[in-house]
Ligand binder design. Structure first.
Ligand SMILES: Cc1cc2nc3c(=O)[nH]c(=O)nc-3n(C[C@H](O)[C@H](O)[C@H](O)COP(=O)(O)OP(=O)(O)OC[C@H]3O[C@@H](n4cnc5c(N)ncnc54)[C@H](O)[C@@H]3O)c2cc1C
Length: 382
């Protein structure tokens, strides 16, 4: 049974479903820039969506839904978020456990030297070495083709095949080339995971940043509330929906496939557990894909440390849309329905069935706000 949603029916300009980046940015913009009255709901018991962080029982700031590292090339996104947070500079580094060694990933010159007992000294030498291993594929279609073409089969098997099979439950030969096309191989010794111009973490964490964004008397927040249970009870002029698009339409064309993750958070009685923020485990016989240690991300000092194991899973919350042509075709059918549904704006990663980083979602939400403003302006002018 659904608990009563709450007495007197208020009128809202917008009902926003989902208090992650997409929903929260739009709530903030609409309230602060247009004076709109907003009801923002989330079925989880908190705001922040997947970026939610909190102090655990041991006083360590951890990310409930796995490590979230902020990086972007967009000044606009940084300027916008900087209204609600200060930043702590942080460049993420990742090592992969391969043949008993911990080596940098993305593969760089250090990786090649360590793994193959080489002494490559320049970018040119590393490029020549990679070229000598590459196995050209004429017609690149799959993720396997992309990697084998660039670095050859041995590196493909060591770094990508097992990891991808675990992560997606599919062999790279069954996955669209886009999955690994964005993973670079470097000939220099840059061991940063990202190369974006801005790499930093919100100084007091994501949840603190969200709280400041949403601190406006025009925004009413209700957590632990599912849209499906209250949709008949809310009086709002417009709906902004950031949940799963197939669920909105009661799965009428079938379910959009997602890959999920199980997170196992552990606090250890040691100050540091591993040498960098994340260590990947590509080997097929290790059930998890990676371990992340939050104190690197947050800069927190403490005698204990919290780590998270990620176990890919077919069941659970929708995290990664599975990039296959037939899934995209199914999404397009839902998208066509969405386009012909008046009074509803679909925004965010679940409503657009695409993996996006946080900065991309902030950019998407800001662009959506601008479009909504233009539409209002056009109506007023008409
Ligand atoms: C494991 C993992 C690690 C990631 N790491 C990074 C990273 O390092 N850097 C980076 O930039 N990005 C990262 N991301 C991506 C990042 O999480 C997303 O870009 C971001 O969360 C998208 O925001 P959103 O608002 O679209 O979705 P979400 O954050 O998922 O918010 C949507 C919200 O809608 C709510 N909702 C859905 N349906 C309903 C309903 N019917 N009723 C009420 N509420 C509903 C959900 O509970 C959810 O809170 C990662 C993602 C995952 C899965």
């Amino acid at each position: 049974m659904t608990a009563p949603f709450g007495a007197p029916k208020a009128h809202y300009d917008y009902l926003i479903v989902g208090a992650g980046f997409a929903g929260s940015v739009l709530a903030e913009r609409l309230a602060s820039q247009t004076g709109a009255r907003i009801l923002l709901i989330d079925r989880r018991p908190h705001i922040g969506g997947n970026a939610y962080d909190e102090l655990n029982a041991d006083g360590i700031l951890y990310h409930k839904y796995g490590p979230h590292i902020f990086h972007t090339n967009s000044d606009q996104v940084v300027d916008y978020l900087s209204q609600f947070t200060e930043w702590r500079p942080y460049e993420h580094r990742v090592l992969a456990v391969v043949r008993g060694q911990q080596v940098p990933i993305p593969i760089n010159r250090t990786t090649l030297n360590a793994l193959f007992g080489l002494d490559l000294k320049t970018d040119e030498e590393a490029a020549d070495y990679l070229a000598s291993r590459a196995e050209p594929v004429d017609d690149i279609q799959t993720s396997e083709d992309v990697v084998v073409n660039a670095v050859g089969r041995e590196l493909y098997e060591l770094f990508f095949q097992g990891y991808t099979r675990k992560q997606w439950g599919l062999d790279p030969s069954e996955l669209d080339k886009s999955v690994t096309a964005r993973i670079p191989t470097r000939t220099n010794t840059d061991d940063r995971y990202f190369t974006d111009t801005f790499q930093a973490m919100p100084k007091d964490g994501y949840t603190a940043m969200f709280k400041r964004m949403l601190d406006n008397p025009l925004i009413e927040i209700r957590t632990g509330v599912d849209y499906r249970d209250i949709r008949e009870q809310v009086d709002a002029d417009h709906l902004i929906y950031t949940g799963p698009i197939d669920e909105y339409f009661d799965f009428r064309f079938g379910k959009l496939p997602y890959r999920s993750l199980k997170f196992e958070h552990r606090t250890l009685e040691e100050a540091r557990h591993q040498p960098v923020g994340t260590v990947n485990y590509p080997a097929p016989d290790v059930p998890y894909t990676r371990i992340s240690e939050y104190k690197y991300l947050t800069g927190q000092e403490a005698p204990v440390t919290t780590i998270t194991y990620e176990y890919p899973s077919a069941e659970g919350d929708p995290y990664y849309p599975i990039p296959r042509a037939e899934n995209q075709a199914l999404f397009k059918r839902y998208e066509a329905l969405a386009d012909s549904t008046p009074g509803v704006t679909f925004v965010g990663r679940l409503a657009t069935y695409r993996y996006y980083n946080m900065d991309q979602i902030v950019g998407q939400a800001l662009a959506t706000f601008r479009r909504m403003q233009e539409a209002v302006g056009a109506t007023v002018a008409a």
